[in-house]
Ligand binder design. Sequence first.
Ligand SMILES: C[S@@+](CC[C@H](N)C(=O)[O-])C[C@H]1O[C@@H](n2cnc3c(N)ncnc32)[C@H](O)[C@@H]1O
Length: 231
Amino acid sequence: MKTTIDKFHRQAKQEGYRARSAFKLIDVERDFHIFDGVHNVVDLCAAPGSWSQVLSKTIKEPKNIVSVDLQDIAPIEGVKLVKGDITKGSTAKEVMSHFTDGKADLIICDGAPDVTGIHDIDEANQWILMQAAFSIMAVVLKQGGSFVAKIFVENEYPHLYFQFKSVFESVTIYKPESSRSSSYEHFVVCKGFNEANTCLLEEVPDNLEELPLTKRVMTREIESVPIQLEL
Ligand SMILES: C[S@@+](CC[C@H](N)C(=O)[O-])C[C@H]1O[C@@H](n2cnc3c(N)ncnc32)[C@H](O)[C@@H]1O
Protein backbone atom coordinates (compact mmCIF):
# COMPACT_ATOMS: atom_id res chain seq x y z
CA MET A 1 0.00 0.00 0.00
CA LYS A 2 2.86 2.37 0.83
CA THR A 3 4.16 1.97 -2.74
CA THR A 4 0.79 3.13 -4.12
CA ILE A 5 0.69 6.20 -1.85
CA ASP A 6 4.25 7.11 -2.80
CA LYS A 7 3.58 6.58 -6.48
CA PHE A 8 0.71 9.12 -6.68
CA HIS A 9 2.42 11.57 -4.35
CA ARG A 10 5.61 11.47 -6.42
CA GLN A 11 3.72 11.65 -9.69
CA ALA A 12 1.79 14.73 -8.47
CA LYS A 13 5.09 16.47 -7.69
CA GLN A 14 6.56 15.51 -11.05
CA GLU A 15 3.51 16.76 -12.98
CA GLY A 16 3.16 19.98 -10.96
CA TYR A 17 -0.14 19.13 -9.22
CA ARG A 18 -0.76 20.72 -5.83
CA ALA A 19 -2.13 17.48 -4.36
CA ARG A 20 -2.19 13.75 -5.17
CA SER A 21 -6.02 14.05 -5.31
CA ALA A 22 -5.58 15.18 -8.93
CA PHE A 23 -5.32 11.51 -9.87
CA LYS A 24 -8.75 10.71 -8.39
CA LEU A 25 -10.35 13.07 -10.90
CA ILE A 26 -8.11 11.69 -13.68
CA ASP A 27 -9.31 8.16 -12.72
CA VAL A 28 -12.96 9.29 -12.86
CA GLU A 29 -12.41 10.83 -16.31
CA ARG A 30 -10.65 7.68 -17.60
CA ASP A 31 -13.51 5.43 -16.46
CA PHE A 32 -16.57 7.68 -17.06
CA HIS A 33 -15.52 10.28 -19.72
CA ILE A 34 -17.10 13.09 -17.73
CA PHE A 35 -15.19 15.75 -19.72
CA ASP A 36 -16.65 14.81 -23.13
CA GLY A 37 -18.17 17.92 -24.76
CA VAL A 38 -17.77 19.88 -21.51
CA HIS A 39 -16.87 23.61 -21.47
CA ASN A 40 -18.54 25.00 -18.29
CA VAL A 41 -17.45 23.45 -15.00
CA VAL A 42 -17.88 24.18 -11.29
CA ASP A 43 -15.31 22.74 -8.85
CA LEU A 44 -16.75 22.88 -5.32
CA CYS A 45 -14.41 22.64 -2.30
CA ALA A 46 -11.48 23.11 -4.65
CA ALA A 47 -8.50 24.17 -2.47
CA PRO A 48 -5.58 23.77 -2.83
CA GLY A 49 -6.63 23.34 -6.47
CA SER A 50 -5.32 20.10 -7.99
CA TRP A 51 -8.72 19.17 -9.50
CA SER A 52 -8.94 22.70 -10.95
CA GLN A 53 -5.44 22.24 -12.41
CA VAL A 54 -6.67 19.06 -14.14
CA LEU A 55 -9.68 21.00 -15.49
CA SER A 56 -7.49 23.90 -16.62
CA LYS A 57 -5.26 21.49 -18.61
CA THR A 58 -8.00 19.26 -20.03
CA ILE A 59 -11.17 21.25 -20.73
CA LYS A 60 -11.22 22.62 -24.28
CA GLU A 61 -11.90 26.26 -25.22
CA PRO A 62 -14.21 28.09 -24.95
CA LYS A 63 -14.07 27.18 -21.27
CA ASN A 64 -15.56 28.61 -18.12
CA ILE A 65 -14.23 27.01 -14.92
CA VAL A 66 -15.41 28.33 -11.54
CA SER A 67 -13.72 26.99 -8.39
CA VAL A 68 -15.08 27.56 -4.89
CA ASP A 69 -13.61 27.03 -1.42
CA LEU A 70 -13.71 28.47 2.09
CA GLN A 71 -9.96 28.88 1.76
CA ASP A 72 -7.89 30.95 -0.64
CA ILE A 73 -6.76 29.18 -3.81
CA ALA A 74 -3.57 30.35 -5.55
CA PRO A 75 -4.34 31.49 -9.13
CA ILE A 76 -4.75 28.82 -11.86
CA GLU A 77 -4.75 29.74 -15.53
CA GLY A 78 -8.27 30.01 -16.95
CA VAL A 79 -9.99 29.40 -13.58
CA LYS A 80 -12.29 31.89 -11.81
CA LEU A 81 -11.94 31.67 -8.03
CA VAL A 82 -14.78 32.18 -5.56
CA LYS A 83 -14.12 32.30 -1.82
CA GLY A 84 -17.30 30.98 -0.20
CA ASP A 85 -19.14 28.44 1.87
CA ILE A 86 -21.06 25.89 -0.21
CA THR A 87 -23.71 25.51 2.52
CA LYS A 88 -24.84 29.08 1.76
CA GLY A 89 -27.38 29.74 -1.00
CA SER A 90 -25.55 33.03 -1.68
CA THR A 91 -22.59 30.92 -2.93
CA ALA A 92 -24.84 29.19 -5.50
CA LYS A 93 -25.95 32.64 -6.65
CA GLU A 94 -22.36 33.89 -6.93
CA VAL A 95 -21.37 30.78 -8.92
CA MET A 96 -24.32 31.35 -11.29
CA SER A 97 -23.26 34.98 -11.83
CA HIS A 98 -20.18 33.59 -13.65
CA PHE A 99 -22.38 31.79 -16.21
CA THR A 100 -23.82 34.59 -18.26
CA ASP A 101 -24.98 32.35 -21.12
CA GLY A 102 -26.33 29.24 -19.46
CA LYS A 103 -25.48 26.75 -16.77
CA ALA A 104 -22.66 24.29 -15.99
CA ASP A 105 -22.09 21.04 -17.95
CA LEU A 106 -20.27 19.44 -15.05
CA ILE A 107 -20.12 19.97 -11.27
CA ILE A 108 -17.50 18.25 -9.13
CA CYS A 109 -17.11 18.32 -5.35
CA ASP A 110 -14.23 16.90 -3.30
CA GLY A 111 -15.50 18.47 -0.07
CA ALA A 112 -14.11 17.40 3.27
CA PRO A 113 -15.02 19.19 6.52
CA ASP A 114 -12.56 19.86 9.35
CA VAL A 115 -12.15 16.56 11.18
CA THR A 116 -13.18 16.58 14.87
CA GLY A 117 -11.98 13.02 15.52
CA ILE A 118 -15.48 12.04 16.68
CA HIS A 119 -16.58 9.59 14.01
CA ASP A 120 -20.35 10.28 14.06
CA ILE A 121 -19.89 14.05 13.95
CA ASP A 122 -17.34 13.81 11.14
CA GLU A 123 -19.68 11.61 9.11
CA ALA A 124 -22.64 13.93 9.69
CA ASN A 125 -20.58 16.99 8.65
CA GLN A 126 -19.46 15.28 5.45
CA TRP A 127 -23.06 14.32 4.70
CA ILE A 128 -24.18 17.96 5.13
CA LEU A 129 -21.42 19.10 2.76
CA MET A 130 -22.42 16.54 0.14
CA GLN A 131 -26.08 17.59 0.45
CA ALA A 132 -25.06 21.25 0.03
CA ALA A 133 -23.23 20.26 -3.17
CA PHE A 134 -26.39 18.46 -4.32
CA SER A 135 -28.46 21.63 -3.68
CA ILE A 136 -26.05 23.80 -5.69
CA MET A 137 -26.02 21.16 -8.42
CA ALA A 138 -29.83 21.26 -8.59
CA VAL A 139 -29.83 24.93 -9.61
CA VAL A 140 -26.53 25.27 -11.49
CA LEU A 141 -26.30 22.08 -13.62
CA LYS A 142 -27.76 22.03 -17.11
CA GLN A 143 -30.05 19.35 -18.55
CA GLY A 144 -28.00 16.24 -19.38
CA GLY A 145 -25.04 17.37 -17.23
CA SER A 146 -22.82 15.33 -14.90
CA PHE A 147 -22.06 15.51 -11.19
CA VAL A 148 -19.25 13.91 -9.17
CA ALA A 149 -19.04 14.19 -5.37
CA LYS A 150 -16.99 12.65 -2.60
CA ILE A 151 -18.99 10.60 -0.11
CA PHE A 152 -18.05 8.94 3.17
CA VAL A 153 -21.18 7.70 4.86
CA GLU A 154 -21.32 4.05 3.86
CA ASN A 155 -24.60 3.34 5.68
CA GLU A 156 -26.28 6.04 3.62
CA TYR A 157 -25.28 4.74 0.17
CA PRO A 158 -28.72 3.23 -0.58
CA HIS A 159 -30.43 6.52 0.44
CA LEU A 160 -27.99 8.47 -1.58
CA TYR A 161 -28.40 6.21 -4.62
CA PHE A 162 -32.17 6.70 -4.46
CA GLN A 163 -31.83 10.48 -4.12
CA PHE A 164 -29.44 10.82 -7.06
CA LYS A 165 -31.21 8.28 -9.24
CA SER A 166 -34.36 10.40 -9.06
CA VAL A 167 -32.63 13.15 -11.08
CA PHE A 168 -29.86 11.33 -13.03
CA GLU A 169 -29.97 8.64 -15.71
CA SER A 170 -26.95 6.80 -14.31
CA VAL A 171 -25.47 6.74 -10.81
CA THR A 172 -22.34 4.82 -9.81
CA ILE A 173 -20.60 4.67 -6.46
CA TYR A 174 -16.95 4.45 -7.36
CA LYS A 175 -13.58 3.99 -5.65
CA PRO A 176 -10.75 5.45 -7.77
CA GLU A 177 -7.57 3.40 -8.03
CA SER A 178 -5.63 6.39 -6.63
CA SER A 179 -7.85 6.67 -3.52
CA ARG A 180 -6.15 5.12 -0.49
CA SER A 181 -7.67 1.72 0.24
CA SER A 182 -7.54 2.58 3.96
CA SER A 183 -9.92 5.54 3.37
CA TYR A 184 -13.71 5.18 3.48
CA GLU A 185 -14.01 7.74 0.70
CA HIS A 186 -15.88 6.91 -2.48
CA PHE A 187 -17.25 9.13 -5.24
CA VAL A 188 -20.76 9.23 -6.56
CA VAL A 189 -20.55 9.65 -10.35
CA CYS A 190 -23.85 10.80 -11.89
CA LYS A 191 -24.55 11.35 -15.59
CA GLY A 192 -27.60 12.54 -17.55
CA PHE A 193 -29.17 15.16 -15.26
CA ASN A 194 -32.93 15.67 -15.62
CA GLU A 195 -33.65 19.18 -14.39
CA ALA A 196 -37.43 18.70 -14.31
CA ASN A 197 -38.71 18.99 -10.72
CA THR A 198 -35.66 20.88 -9.43
CA CYS A 199 -36.12 24.37 -8.00
CA LEU A 200 -35.30 27.75 -9.50
CA LEU A 201 -32.35 29.83 -8.37
CA GLU A 202 -34.71 32.51 -6.99
CA GLU A 203 -36.18 29.90 -4.61
CA VAL A 204 -32.84 29.14 -2.97
CA PRO A 205 -32.59 30.52 0.60
CA ASP A 206 -29.35 32.26 1.56
CA ASN A 207 -28.63 29.62 4.19
CA LEU A 208 -29.11 26.11 2.85
CA GLU A 209 -28.71 24.72 6.36
CA GLU A 210 -32.21 26.08 7.07
CA LEU A 211 -33.64 23.40 4.78
CA PRO A 212 -34.59 20.00 6.25
CA LEU A 213 -32.00 17.33 5.50
CA THR A 214 -33.04 14.88 2.81
CA LYS A 215 -31.48 12.13 4.93
CA ARG A 216 -34.17 12.54 7.57
CA VAL A 217 -36.99 12.25 5.01
CA MET A 218 -35.93 8.85 3.68
CA THR A 219 -37.67 5.68 4.86
CA ARG A 220 -36.18 2.25 5.61
CA GLU A 221 -37.85 0.58 2.59
CA ILE A 222 -35.49 2.56 0.39
CA GLU A 223 -32.58 0.55 1.77
CA SER A 224 -33.59 -2.32 -0.51
CA VAL A 225 -32.76 -0.27 -3.63
CA PRO A 226 -29.85 -2.08 -5.35
CA ILE A 227 -26.68 -0.06 -5.66
CA GLN A 228 -23.92 -0.43 -8.18
CA LEU A 229 -20.64 -0.62 -6.32
CA GLU A 230 -17.38 -0.63 -8.23
CA LEU A 231 -14.76 -1.38 -5.60
C1 LIG B 1 -9.84 17.40 0.18
S1 LIG B 1 -9.84 19.15 0.04
C2 LIG B 1 -10.16 19.36 -1.67
C3 LIG B 1 -8.97 19.04 -2.55
C4 LIG B 1 -9.14 19.53 -3.97
N1 LIG B 1 -10.11 18.74 -4.71
C5 LIG B 1 -7.83 19.44 -4.71
O1 LIG B 1 -7.69 18.57 -5.57
O2 LIG B 1 -6.94 20.26 -4.46
C6 LIG B 1 -11.38 19.55 0.79
C7 LIG B 1 -11.73 21.03 0.75
O3 LIG B 1 -13.08 21.20 1.22
C8 LIG B 1 -13.17 22.56 1.65
N2 LIG B 1 -14.42 22.81 2.38
C9 LIG B 1 -14.85 22.22 3.52
N3 LIG B 1 -16.05 22.73 3.89
C10 LIG B 1 -16.39 23.66 2.95
C11 LIG B 1 -17.52 24.53 2.78
N4 LIG B 1 -18.55 24.53 3.64
N5 LIG B 1 -17.55 25.35 1.70
C12 LIG B 1 -16.49 25.37 0.82
N6 LIG B 1 -15.41 24.57 0.94
C13 LIG B 1 -15.35 23.72 1.98
C14 LIG B 1 -11.92 22.68 2.52
O4 LIG B 1 -11.60 24.04 2.74
C15 LIG B 1 -10.88 21.92 1.68
O5 LIG B 1 -10.13 22.81 0.90
